[in-house]
Write a protein that binds this ligand. Sequence first.
Ligand SMILES: *Cc1c(COP(=O)(O)O)cnc(C)c1O
Length: 357
Amino acid sequence: MPRPITATLHLGAFENNLQVVRRCAPSAKVWSVVKANAYGHGIKHVWRSMAQTDGFALLDLAEAIMLRESGWQGPILLLEGFFKAQDLALLDRYRLTTSVHSDWQLAAIAEAKLSAPLDVYLKVNSGMNRLGFAPERLHAVWLKAQQISNIASLTLMSHFATADGPQGVEAQMATIKTAAAGITAPRCLANSAATLWHPETHCSWVRPGIVLYGASPSGQSQDIADSGLQPTMTLSSEIIGVQTLKQNDQVGYGWRYRAEGAQRIGVVACGYADGYPRHAQTGTPVWVDGVLTRTLGTVSMDMLAVDLTPCPHADIGAEVELWGRRLPVDDVAAAAGTLGYELLTALAARVPIVTEA
Ligand SMILES: *Cc1c(COP(=O)(O)O)cnc(C)c1O
């Protein structure tokens, strides 16, 4: 038998979550973001469950080609554009839409030998200061791009830094409005947080990622509790060992947990080499044998310890959910000082994936 750890993908949840996005942004088309191998789920397992989308967005050329070769015929957007001029041959061959954020990319497109012109997303830096043309240059860049016969269509793109927090999108929206004055191109601005919480950003296309996987853009599970979003991944395992501690017995590497009295603990077949966060402290929520309990001590590479006090009947073989349908990934992430994004994308290759409807 293999180790009893499994990541179960709930395919129906993808369909549901895409419908939630459609209800939030009824007049926009949807780029479903499947970068980082569909946020750790595996593009090949999940893309068909989102086939009602208008397009898929990602940033790795190999992932784009894999998606194309597995049968997706609709639009694919490269969120970071292309990385070298010679990549344009592949963009041409696989009919990929590209973002363009730097002058060299425009020049490379102008000079390329293509079988058909490309659809281009011109990216403006409206305050994130990651990728994009300076706002005061946008108009000139747009005029120049319009002259390039290798470009079939132009869409304006930008990305929000604080759409999930109190600072919102107002300042960046004002920057975009000024920079894009007089530019008659469709716009694509909204990530998940803006799709859920800032309808004024929706425009022609939205680009949600994390909400399609049923996790919260803010990292707070209560922020999406009433949204209708459903988790798409349940990471589960089993108890493979039980210890009965006496008062002052200590647990795990560094002896980071000390029993205050007699106590049963379970040892779970899941560790940081499976993608469980090593920084999760004693007290991180975990679901064992039907009840919510807590982790104890340091997470090891292949195992972690849980408190069996609330589930005295749990024994070897008892079911454990690390995150998923009964326990939001965001709650585990919060206890480890990170976000659901990081836990989902860090799921290790050694964890077997099973899919269910
Ligand atoms: C990752 C990403 C998204 C999706 O972000 P979420 O917060 O997961 O919705 C959208 N646009 C760009 C450019 C991205 O890099």
